[in-house]
Design a protein around this ligand. Sequence first.
Ligand SMILES: *Cc1c(COP(=O)(O)O)cnc(C)c1O
Length: 363
Amino acid sequence: MSKYDRVFNFSAGPSMLPLEVIEKVAADLPNYNGTGQSVMEMSHRSAEFQQIIDDAEANLRKLMNIPENYKVLFLQGGGTLQFSMVPINLLRNSKKADYIITGQWSKKAADEAKKFGDIRIVADSSDANFTYIPKCTREDFRPDADYVYICTNNTIFGSHYPYVPDTGDIPLVADMSSCILSEEVDVSKYGLIWAGAQKNVAPAGVTIVIIREDLIGFAPEDTPIYLNYKTHADNGSMYNTPPCFAIYVAGEVFKYLESIGGLPAIHEYDLKKANLLYDYIDGSGFYKAPVNKEDRSLMNVPFVIGDPEIEKKFIAEAKERGLYNLKGYKTVGGMRASIYNAVPLEGVEALVEFMEEFRKANQ
Ligand SMILES: *Cc1c(COP(=O)(O)O)cnc(C)c1O
């Protein structure tokens, strides 16, 4: 354990942040940058906070190579509000949208969207308990759909799109909450990308929306002002008080990622961690990872032993060893290790070492 007695935290979210960032935020907390106040106490209309949010946006644009014709918004309401904001704003012509269901979050998104338009489920991997990503082609989508919706990394079931669906001219909308900043993404292939920050970016409270400018401005007249992307796009995410502290920490995470080599470097690190864990599981003859190999997530790794009593024991003994939050999601059972960017390689090594000891004692 580190000098702070920190545990290895495999929580699906909120989840670990880079220790370097936590230390910097802690050091700057009482008196940020000579302002005599902390960011928690600072007016969002101050020049200092304007600099913080401008830098955060600029650094995210740089990290993700976001084209100029996209707006970056920092919103509240979490992922769940995006389930509503997306259809309210993007069902602008035919009021039709096509959804691919690959887990609970895309299912919830589709259910919410049904309140606003004609929603068709194009493909659904629930037939195999969401252990694979359906292959969809352009012909699967209605040509007059206003958008196509996917969730690129399925936090609960541990699957990840190995491809970007070709939707032709139809805008592709992606929930990237649990994989944003873990890999390079060609933003120009999407009409809208959104991500709740509490998985791989920052503390809970801010949701990042990256939206192509030509998709802004079509919400119905009676749309509540906060729910219209135009409100936030026209006001630099400062129509009302933004989630200042979460934006500040996100900005520090962006700077930190840039300092270690950006997304190619963190992706390589994430691959190394995930491969270590999956290779061990696959070769163990004791643990099983249920997701199709080519569709596996680098961020969320579910695995089972198959006996709920032994799994309970596993989770309890792991905790005694400082390996926290390994319980699988309630509808999936078993275990899940979320190994986001900030989970160190040493954490995965410690987990694998414990898994092997546990196997020897219980197989
Ligand atoms: C956690 C999560 C959500 C829900 O986010 P909230 O901020 O809790 O509403 C949506 N999508 C994905 C992929 C998630 O991991």
